[in-house]
Design a protein around this ligand. Sequence first.
Ligand SMILES: Nc1ncnc2c1ncn2[C@@H]1O[C@H](COP(=O)(O)OP(=O)(O)OP(=O)(O)O)[C@@H](O)[C@H]1O
Length: 298
Amino acid sequence: MKDEILVVKNVNNFFGRKQVLKNVSFSLSSGRITGLVGANGAGKTTIMKTILSLTPYAGQIMFEGQPSTFNDHPLLNDIGALIEYPSIYPFMTGMEHLRLFARGKVQSTGIQSLIHMLNMEGYINSAARGYSLGMRQKLGVAMAFVNNPKLVILDEPMNGLDPQSNKELRDLIIDQRNRGVSFLISSHILSELQKLAEDLIIVDQGKVVRQTTMKNLLEANNHFIVLNTSDDKKAQEILIAAGYYLVSGEKVRIKTDANFDIAEILTNLISENIAVHDVKHEDEDLEGSVLELLNTAN
Ligand SMILES: Nc1ncnc2c1ncn2[C@@H]1O[C@H](COP(=O)(O)OP(=O)(O)OP(=O)(O)O)[C@@H](O)[C@H]1O
């Protein structure tokens, strides 16, 4: 079994009378990137705040085998986080923020390397009041990394980032992961999370509905073939009549299973004088899998 850096057991959390987290239990494997996924209001930010003791809770949280409680959490020194929006002082430069957050023995070469990896050299010495949303977000991410944490918690880190910045952030996360850092990352941009996360925790209405690996979730996915034919509408009618399951829409998109036989499909169409110009395989992506899982959970 992989080492667990963080274990969350039976955590419950209330805002007033409203129960927001309901018996939440999961663990994070050391040195891996875990994605936290769920609809708006599912409880992702509250889970992250709970780990960081930013909100009261009942239940058990262990970090590296040591208990962490709401009032006693010395191990949080080893956790870096960006939750919701970064707290940024408009009259300080990005560099001043990083130096302010850096504890004791953090080397300036480490700070320089972060700035370089996130491509922030052009503005790191300017006052943050002139930063765009994406520049602020990058500074918030850099602040989460500055003390060489063992675990990094990032809530929607891709917020406001352009494709180039997204790639820089992804490269930084992968680089740090390769050095042994563990991650818990929430994102609504599932196509981005799919490129990063190795493990997944899926939450719905304050409950963990599944903890799995990305590989297992995607392997269990639906697979399709998509045909480009001389008459897609007629091809759809023929295949439905022959008993195939077609995804509704304009394309001829056929759900495949273990008995899938392309020759049989082609014979059905060619015998009705429909030419097949192209055949493509498609796998359901993370977004499709999560939507299906949440639909079946409700
Ligand atoms: N300070 C608060 N007071 C009252 N209710 C709150 C508070 N913070 C969160 N909630 C409620 O807790 C639930 C979970 O919110 P949370 O922000 O954790 O969800 P989320 O999954 O992060 O959502 P999103 O994807 O929209 O950021 C929501 O129903 C929200 O209304």
